[in-house]
Ligand binder design. Structure first.
Ligand code: TXA
Ligand code: MG
Length: 324
């Protein structure tokens, strides 16, 4: 049984975390599946509950920047962007500090560590109350669409985790931007809630992991598998027309003739669209299957601001699936 906790039951959620339990909690981006990042057994249970490959490292969450920077070697660039965007939807990948309390399993044995200070008031209160760094991937089964409500969390993880702390819908709706500062060139590992241009304004142009990955003989972005965020129905991108056997993900005035329609943003606002994206993919999938539709057609979204992160998630939702 998974306990469903109201915000007032925060102390219960924190106690479960300290005791090695798995507790899903809201952040401003998506719901995270939390465990004490220093407890190897608890962290191992995150991988098991999600069906996540052990080579894919987790982000550690903190109530304050000083606590995060005690676990990594932060340079001036890290302090600059953290000063501007923490608390908020930015994750920094930095060299692990020698005396870090974070269990190596949390970081998948890598010499780097991903750290983030979330902005959601309930997440911050939980982190303060728990008093330990909290490892948390998105609270979905590996490869599935990320959860932006407690009900989404239970859809995938009911019975597999101790509790979910229900804080309503996540306001940003897309995961954090993941920025790698382990080398001289800042790298954008994952577009997300902080637009690339806002980071580039402070750091100069950001690189991409692909170019260096091969040179360094390893994966800079171990979690960026091409197929991810995948609903059950196939997804078709850049739809210019739609058939009656398709469900439509609309952005602006909807194309006519779809079998079902979810509006991301009537007024073509990328911030509103981001907040409605994952709920929309889940709804279109369920509704489309109920009506016997063949797939989901997505209207194009311009790549400005959060549009880049939206397109990244849609491209992964549409990517060829690995055999089940
Ligand atoms: O918004 C978010 O970031 C949410 C909330 C819960 O904080 N969390 C989240 O976690 O999206 P997850 O595990 O679904 O995605 C974390 C990403 C993965 O792509 C992972 O590979 C990458 O961050 N990552 C974590 N540690 C890393 C490291 N040391 N080096 C490179 N990439 C890392
Ligand atoms: Mg995820």
């Amino acid at each position: 049984m998974t306990e469903r906790l109201a915000p007032e039951q925060l102390t219960r959620a924190a106690a479960l975390l300290r005791a090695g339990g798995l507790v899903a909690f809201p952040t401003e981006t998506v719901y995270g599946l939390g465990a004490d990042a220093g407890n190897a057994a608890a962290v191992a249970r995150i991988f098991a509950a999600k069906g996540r490959p052990r080579f894919n490292p987790l982000i550690s969450h903190f109530a304050a920047a000083e606590a995060a920077f005690a676990e990594v070697r932060a340079d001036d660039r890290a302090r600059l962007v953290a000063g501007r965007f923490w608390p908020g939807p930015l994750t920094l990948v930095l060299p692990r500090a020698e005396r870090s309390r974070i269990d190596p399993l949390t970081g998948a044995g890598l010499p780097s560590l991903a750290v983030r200070v979330p902005a959601h008031p309930l997440a911050r209160a939980l982190l303060r109350e728990a008093g330990v760094p909290v490892a948390a991937p998105s609270a979905n089964r590996s490869g599935a669409v990320s959860p932006t409500t407690a009900a989404h969390v239970l859809d995938g993880l009911e019975g597999r985790i101790e509790a979910v702390l229900d804080g309503g819908a996540c306001p940003v709706g897309l995961e954090s931007t993941v920025l790698d500062l382990t080398g001289p060139q800042p790298l954008l590992l994952r577009p997300g809630g902080v637009p690339e241009a806002a980071l580039a304004a402070l750091l100069g142009p950001l690189g991409r992991p692909g170019a260096v990955a091969e040179a360094e003989g390893g994966l800079k972005a171990p979690g960026m598998m091409s197929s991810h965020y995948a609903p059950g129905l196939p997804v078709r991108l850049d739809a210019a027309s739609v058939g009656p056997d398709e469900a439509l993900l609309a952005f602006g005035p909807p194309l006519p003739g779809a079998g079902a329609t979810w509006q991301l943003s009537e007024g073509r606002d990328p911030v509103e669209a981001a907040a409605r994206l994952f709920a929309g993919l889940r709804w279109l999938d369920a509704e489309g299957r109920r009506r016997g539709l063949a797939g989901i057609a997505a209207m194009p979204v311009p790549p400005e601001g959060l549009g880049a992160a939206i397109n990244d998630r849609l491209a992964r939702a549409a990517a060829p699936r690995p055999p089940a």
